[in-house]
Ligand binder design. Structure first.
Ligand code: HEM
Length: 139
């Protein structure tokens, strides 16, 4: 009888595991709509920023917005495929300094705070972006 109880308990625990699939980062930020809101807030931050606005002065913001949303969606393991130019190709010639890179990351953090994305998720997003740093600065 005791063995049967233990067996049933194990089955219940395993069933519990399969019923609670792990949410992707993409899902945790509210999917495509959540990412779009985040990027709109990020663009708003950039538009009002004296330190880095000059980089974006001549950029096509509609194109940037779409490309950044798709890229972020893919980075967070959402159902998107970014087909744009590589990070190196896009940022080559901008000569982005480390200080300005860090500042843009701060603007993204401001945007994540405004969207009430919790700090645990924020850290996971920044962790995904960190390896791209070398493809963006000083190129
Ligand atoms: C890990 C950090 C970064 C990532 C993942 C990233 C990613 C991207 C993506 C996906 C695009 C749009 C590509 C497209 O056209 O479809 C883009 C464009 C751009 N990025 Fe970044 N970026 C980063 C950091 C930065 C920083 C730090 C700056 C400036 C200080 C910057 C300046 C720009 C500008 C000006 C454009 C628009 C280029 C144009 O269309 O003329 N990026 N970036």
């Amino acid at each position: 009888m005791k063995n049967l109880s233990v067996f049933l308990l194990c089955v219940m625990l395993l069933a519990g595991c399969t019923n609670t699939p792990k949410l992707s980062l993409y899902e945790q930020v509210g999917g495509k709509a959540g990412i779009a809101k985040l990027i709109d807030s990020f663009i708003d931050q950039i538009g009002n920023d004296e330190q880095v606005f000059h980089y974006f002065e001549h950029a096509n913001i509609t194109h940037f917005r779409q490309g950044f949303i798709t890229h972020m969606c893919m980075l967070l393991e959402g159902p998107c495929k970014y087909n744009g130019d590589s990070m190196v190709a896009i940022h080559t010639g901008m000569h982005i300094s480390e200080k300005d890179f860090n500042h843009v990351v701060d603007l993204l953090i401001n945007a994540m705070n405004k969207q009430n994305i919790n700090h645990k998720i924020q850290n996971k997003i920044l962790f995904k972006m960190a390896p791209l740093r070398g493809e963006v600065i000083k190129v």
